[in-house]
Write a protein that binds this ligand. Structure first.
Ligand code: 173
Length: 321
């Protein structure tokens, strides 16, 4: 009898024992390894691997050499990878609403409180089988970089490299657009295939684009979003202890995003000037038209792609009136 009871007790704890074993998650970045928009994620991986010994580990397979950026969303959804460092613009095929993150005018800390995060979380679960763990870039405006000058918010006659981030805005100002992954920008500039490109204030030095860039247009617009996503099936299987390691490193990473990108933005602004990139500063009424058009065309694009959710997201993400 005693023996039987001992066996039963063992059987009862067995599932927990199995769950308590170390698990290894596979991770990919949609930006090149060790560049501006991968660094926050790579720090996250290091921290998880240090804190998670015997509990949870991350196997980081790398950047676009491991997987093309525009395929990362589908790979995460299908569980080909468990974790991804990726921006919404790269997986609009899976979840068009994710591109709306670029339009946030309030910080993530506020969106986590005002219901915006919860609203998006439902869409991530339903459309992508995913959870957004942490936003790693914020307070990081995009800019238009050019090799031909402009004097007003009119891009007629210019051919520009884009992703979904810039498509509606640049087209609304009259540009012709061509979508490429970041890895193809240098060659497109070198061959004169494009007259310019959209990119945040930070990171143009990572792939040498300063060599092929004459002008940056100010003001910047929007706020770049790159986030850590986890596959929800993977997440649901983790133990509380395993989740705790990921959650702690996620909270730390998100808290660091704004101060880090504010500092990096200041540094790269100066570095661009030092590299001879001239600023085309639209001012007064021209700047206002440029920015108004950016948000108007941006939201129109999101709402066109998602008439059901776009207007709700606009309420959560916009500056309170
Ligand atoms: O490739 C891009 O221009 C892009 O969409 C993006 C988004 C966030 C950060 C950096 C680039």
């Amino acid at each position: 009898m005693k023996r039987w009871m001992m066996l039963a007790a063992f059987a009862a704890v067995l599932p927990q024992a199995a769950a308590a074993q170390e698990v290894t998650l596979k991770a990919v970045s949609s930006f090149a390894e060790k560049t501006t928009f991968s660094r926050g994620f790579e720090t996250f991986v290091e921290r998880v691997n240090a804190a998670g010994k015997g509990v949870i580990q991350i196997n980081y397979i790398g950047g676009p050499k491991a997987m093309p950026p525009f395929e990362v969303g589908n790979a995460l959804k299908g569980g080909v990878v468990d974790l991804a460092n990726v921006t919404g613009a790269f997986y609009t095929n899976v979840m068009p609403e994710a591109d709306a993150w670029k339009l946030t005018q309030v910080p993530m800390s506020e969106i986590r409180k005002n219901g915006g995060y919860d609203y998006m979380a439902k869409l991530y679960a339903e459309k992508m089988n995913a959870i957004l763990l942490a936003r790693l870039s914020d307070n990081n405006p995009f800019h238009l970089y050019l090799n031909k000058p402009i004097t007003k918010p009119d891009l007629t006659g210019l051919k520009l490299r884009i992703t979904p981030v810039y498509r509606d805005f640049f087209q609304a100002l009259g540009a012709t657009v061509v979508q490429t992954a970041p890895g193809e920008v240098y060659t497109a500039l070198e061959r004169g295939v494009v007259d310019g490109y959209g990119w945040p204030i930070t990171g143009i030095f990572d792939l040498g684009w300063q060599e092929k860039t004459k002008y940056r247009v100010d003001p910047g617009f929007y706020s770049s979003e790159v986030s850590i996503l986890v596959n929800k099936t993977t997440w649901d299987k983790l133990s509380d202890a395993q989740r705790a390691v990921l959650l702690k490193a996620s909270a730390q990473a998100e808290a660091e995003a704004v101060p880090m990108f504010t500092e990096e933005g200041n540094k790269d602004t100066k570095r661009q000037a030092d590299a001879g990139i001239q600023t085309i500063k639209l001012d007064g009424e021209n700047a206002k038209v440029f920015l108004d058009k950016a948000y108007e065309a941006g939201w129109a694009g999101v709402i066109r792609q998602s008439p059901e959710h776009g207007p709700k997201l606009r309420q959560f993400f916009s500056k309170p009136k």
